[in-house]
Design a protein around this ligand. Structure first.
Ligand SMILES: NC(=O)c1ccc[n+]([C@@H]2O[C@H](COP(=O)([O-])OP(=O)(O)OC[C@H]3O[C@@H](n4cnc5c(N)ncnc54)[C@H](O)[C@@H]3O)[C@@H](O)[C@H]2O)c1
Length: 257
């Protein structure tokens, strides 16, 4: 049911081998998909090219999600090379460092704007660009990544929590707009994982310890576990699921204290 043979997918958000998006790319490739992976800047291009070399016949393309032009160019290239698109993974997230250290009340207008632009609006822009390619295939699946800090306070998660709340709301509005075209939009709310993005959050290790102490499974999650859940949401196995935030967090969301 989670077979992706013959499907074409886009993966945004690979920075290095610890990236959740990289685990999803590997799982999707193992399930038979041909992939395009993107890099946001020249600084990360070499990393992404090195990783992508492990995939079969990948496209490696630039895409800074804050640029409408780069998103449009990406969609045009995918259309030319793949002739449509079956799924897209949006794993881009960013907030300026000061906003992840200082008290939330001190968040500047500019840090707020950047965090919401990269981490939330980009799903809207990217979805709008790839939707016509998915229509060509009779539908598609779009997946983004969120964190429980959207609805509850996690120390130093701050403006990222606000951005994730906007992202989750965007998932529901996009799912409503695009459902009639058989394009589904969902999110995985992943448990805490030590990645590049996570290392920007002050005191992140103590969040991991709380998972070990209190989550029902007494641990957090691995990127491969998020990727396995992603295979469900990207494949026809989830064909009746849209507008959903799937908790893949070792059960942490179920705990009060
Ligand atoms: N690590 C966790 O604990 C955790 C938990 C839940 C959700 N998430 C979310 O998962 C997603 C992936 O994060 P990760 O933990 O794998 O870390 P990561 O640092 O590997 O991935 C974040 C990605 O965002 C990309 N990015 C940043 N600015 C961009 C831009 N302007 N244009 C395009 N891409 C840009 C980075 O290049 C990077 O590839 C993020 O949305 C993150 O918030 C992470």
């Amino acid at each position: 049911m989670c077979d992706l043979t013959g499907k074409h997918g886009l993966i945004v958000g690979v920075a290095n081998k610890r990236s959740i998006s990289w685990a999803i790319a590997q799982a999707a490739a193992a399930s038979g998909a041909r992939l395009a992976v993107t890099y946001p800047s020249e600084r990360l291009e070499e990393n992404v090219r090195e990783l992508a070399a492990k995939l079969e016949n990948p496209l490696v393309l630039p895409c800074d999600v804050t640029s409408d032009q780069q998103i449009a160019d990406l969609a045009a290239t995918l259309d030319r090379e793949f002739g449509g698109l079956d799924f897209a993974v949006h794993g881009a997230g960013f907030a300026p460092a000061d906003a992840l250290h200082n008290p939330f009340v001190e968040t500047s207008r500019e840090s707020f704007r950047i965090a919401l632009d990269v981490s939330a609006y980009s799903l809207v822009g990217l979805t709008r660009a790839v939707a016509p390619l998915m229509e060509k295939r009779g539908g598609g699946s779009i997946l983004t990544l969120t964190f429980i800090g959207s609805g509850r306070v996690y120390p130093n998660y701050n403006v990222m929590g606000v951005a994730k709340a906007a992202l989750e709301s965007a998932v529901r509005y996009l799912a409503s707009d695009l459902g009639p075209k058989n394009i589904r939009v969902n999110a995985i709310s992943a448990g805490a994982i030590k990645t590049l993005a996570a290392s920007g959050i002050a005191g992140f290790s103590s969040i991991l310890q709380v998972y070990r102490d209190r989550a029902p499974l007494r641990r957090s999650v691995e990127t491969s576990e998020v990727a396995d859940a992603a295979m469900f949401l990207l494949s026809p196995a989830s064909r009746a699921v849209t507008g959903e935030i799937l908790m893949v967090d070792a059960g942490m969301h179920a705990i009060g204290l």
